[in-house]
Design a protein around this ligand. Sequence first.
Ligand SMILES: Nc1ncnc2c1ncn2[C@@H]1O[C@H](COP(=O)(O)OP(=O)(O)O)[C@@H](O)[C@H]1O
Ligand SMILES: [Mg+2]
Length: 247
Amino acid sequence: MRIASNLKNYVELEGVNKTFVDGDMEFHAIKDVCLSASPGELLVLLGPSGSGKTTLLTLIAGLLSPTSGALSLFGRPVGDYSNKELQLLRARRIGFIFQDFLLIDSLLVVENIAMVLRFSGMKRSDALAVAGKLLDQFNIGHLARKLPSTISQGEKQRVAVARAIANNPELIIADEPTASLESSQGFDIIKLLHSYAAEEKRCVIVATHDLRITDFADRVMMVEDGEIRSEKSGDFMKTELLRRGIA
Ligand SMILES: Nc1ncnc2c1ncn2[C@@H]1O[C@H](COP(=O)(O)OP(=O)(O)O)[C@@H](O)[C@H]1O
Ligand SMILES: [Mg+2]
């Protein structure tokens, strides 16, 4: 199936399914998912552990292929990109924030950030200079010459966000970005991502099981058993959080 891609959407999924096959076992992890995400918005995929959020993000990043359905990135079907083009897309136009940060422990903090700039073609000295400035903007310039193993969880997360936006990507994909943080640090991270979406007109997709994060969402999609069960506006979620006494 092909969809007529809407260029205003960075991400479009139409009837996407993903089945994992392991020997003669099959597991239908993603079921008939339709979603779109456009510049300037923070979209939250909210669901319990095992509901399929990471699988969905991996599909959106073009790292997994759907078993069936149509998936477009930046207005073009993913199947039409060559492997090389997909690699370039991920290096230049998509930023990733992983649950366990995936910082490289043998590299200094500033080198971790410079690395993604190097991947997108910047020379080493420029990449280090840009990375240093970015750390200053995030108020973590003092961490530049430390190794990731020597900084706190909250600091690691800020570094991970700085690394994800270093290339000024149009699309940011964040998987449980606040899972290992205390709530105040978690809110700081989501605020950063929200302002990145709103001010830079970028698209941010966050997967989480933390209801409180939805406070900063423009739209919230509820994921359950591999399906999108419903979609709510960010304003609806704010009212709901207040009603439940969570916000
Ligand atoms: N590579 C895989 N092979 C088989 N099953 C998988 C694979 N990846 C994920 N799953 C299964 O798909 C379901 C959804 O997983 P996941 O997307 O990681 O959920 P979430 O991120 O919401 O916790 C789980 O039941 C998980 O065990
Ligand atoms: Mg997950």
